[in-house]
Write a protein that binds this ligand. Structure first.
Ligand code: ITT
Length: 203
């Protein structure tokens, strides 16, 4: 069938398309359809994923797939969390957002790796035009490094060193970041959430 990917983030879109590729669904992005971004008024990743998926399903009358995600930093009481995109501002300046995190960590004296624990969260939601929803959530644990390393990926990838690895997400290809082979058997939060979702509804 056909599935609308309800994201305006090109980095996410590429990853979601790669994860969906083996499932034989025809995907159309929110950008191609000119969909308006709904306001993310939820207090949780799940709520915001549902807002985005439901809005796209309602507008297009096709099933829609959304991700709401973010970086949760232990020493910063969970910030930026659901505000991860908003910390980069209108200009989507993630260098500035990463610098802000580093400055706050330094202010708290968080210099040792064990004081710099963080995890990414991905909440995925598929919404159908009739209002049915499927939701899953997963996380990837790691440590924040400074300075940022690598130019692959997007967002906070260059400062995130996943547990058990020596390279940051910014130093990995998207395939490595998913945790291949086989597709989706997960390293990243998004790939792990995708595995759960595929078990429920992609077959
Ligand atoms: P859409 O709502 O249109 O999907 P967005 O970028 O606004 O795009 P979110 O509200 O879910 O999406 O914000 C999540 C932010 O968290 C995102 O902009 C990234 O900066 C960060 N993030 C999420 N997953 C990430 C990943 O795999 N690697 C690096 N940063 C990530």
């Amino acid at each position: 069938g056909r599935l609308v990917i309800a994201t305006h983030n090109p980095g996410k879109l590429a990853e979601m398309q790669e994860l969906l590729a083996p499932h034989g669904v025809e995907v159309i992005s929110a950008g191609e359809l000119g969909l308006v971004e709904p306001e993310e008024t939820g207090n949780t990743f799940r709520a915001n994923a549902a807002i985005k998926a439901m809005a796209a399903a309602k507008t297009t009358q096709f099933p829609a797939f959304a991700d709401d995600s973010g970086l949760v930093v232990d020493a910063l009481d969970g910030a930026p969390g659901i505000y991860s995109a908003r910390w980069a501002g209108e200009g989507k300046d993630f260098t500035a957002a990463m610098t802000r995190i580093e400055r706050l960590l330094q202010e708290r004296g968080a210099t040792a790796p064990e004081q710099r624990k963080a995890h990414f969260v991905s909440a995925l939601c598929v919404a159908w035009p009739d209002g049915h929803l499927e939701e899953v959530e997963a996380r990837a644990d790691g440590t924040l490094v400074w300075p940022p390393r690598g130019t692959a990926g997007f967002g906070y990838d260059p400062m995130f060193l996943p547990d058990g690895h020596t390279r940051t997400f910014g130093e990995m290809t998207s395939i490595e970041k998913h945790g291949l082979p086989p597709i989706g058997l997960g390293l990243s939060h998004r790939a792990r959430a995708f595995v759960k979702l595929a078990e429920i509804c992609l077959g």
